[in-house]
Design a binder for this molecule. Sequence first.
Ligand code: ADP
Ligand code: MG
Length: 293
Amino acid sequence: MMDHQAKKLEELVASNEKTPKKSKKTRFVAITSGKGGVGKSTISSNLAYTLAQKGLNVGIFDADIGLANLDVMFNVKIKKNILHVLKGEATVKDILIPITRNLILIPGESGDEILKYSDMALFERFMQEAQVLDKLDIMIIDTGAGIGEHIQMFLNAADDVVVVTVPDPAAITDAYATIKTIATLRDDIGMIMNQVKNEREAVAVFEKIKKVADANIGGGLDLKLLGKINSDVKVANSIKQRALFSALYPSSIATKDIEQIAAKIAAKLERNVLVTSNESGLSGLFRRLMEHF
Ligand SMILES: Nc1ncnc2c1ncn2[C@@H]1O[C@H](COP(=O)(O)OP(=O)(O)O)[C@@H](O)[C@H]1O
Ligand SMILES: [Mg+2]
């Protein structure tokens, strides 16, 4: 399965591991969905912001470059992305976009291009440069919808995988199909019910999905409801204004919802655990991507 190039990359990553420098252990959280337009980027951006407001060092990796993604959510212009770095056309520092004090946007790539890299010298430089991000406590990865091979790569590399859905039947069907595929990669999957009327609706939709999943997927599947976000015109309006709803409307129900989700994720962080710098931040993400390739 693994071609020559990937093997060479893996060896390179392994050789970098000898660096004795110790860094923070970064938790990688991938946000994904079956259907597009269900709120992945809305949730990723507001979750990242909320975690950063708690004082955590947060990176948000845009793995779904295209129209109206994180650049829109954060109202920034992305000129170059990780691919430019891998090609030697930019440094890691050039592409990073600071959003707030503890929050940094990493313009990423959908995945399939990342592993095509032939220039080992550049990749080595990339892994070294990527160490500027090894202070991250958490990295949120906003993936594309669906379950393409390159998305699976991120889902494999993450500590937490979160499937977002809205309560309409088409989205639920697609969410279920996605869960079924992810279940072949890992047992633990979290769900966020977006655009619901209330907690009761969120739990009802989740229970429906869980029942079908338990009956048909079975095994050791550990599907959990991580949280819900109410449907709120304030959320849609904030996006139109290119602002984060959690910043614009701190006392809205949607903000309380995102805060609850953030608290659950923050509770999983293993603080004060030190690892080698190749296991943290952006280099950590790439090391994992290589491992699972
Ligand atoms: N909780 C919500 N309440 C109201 N509208 C929402 C909510 N979440 C998302 N939306 C709407 O859905 C659209 C798509 O969200 P987005 O985060 O871009 O989805 P994705 O990244 O999954 O494609 C947003 O532009 C917004 O108008
Ligand atoms: Mg998106």
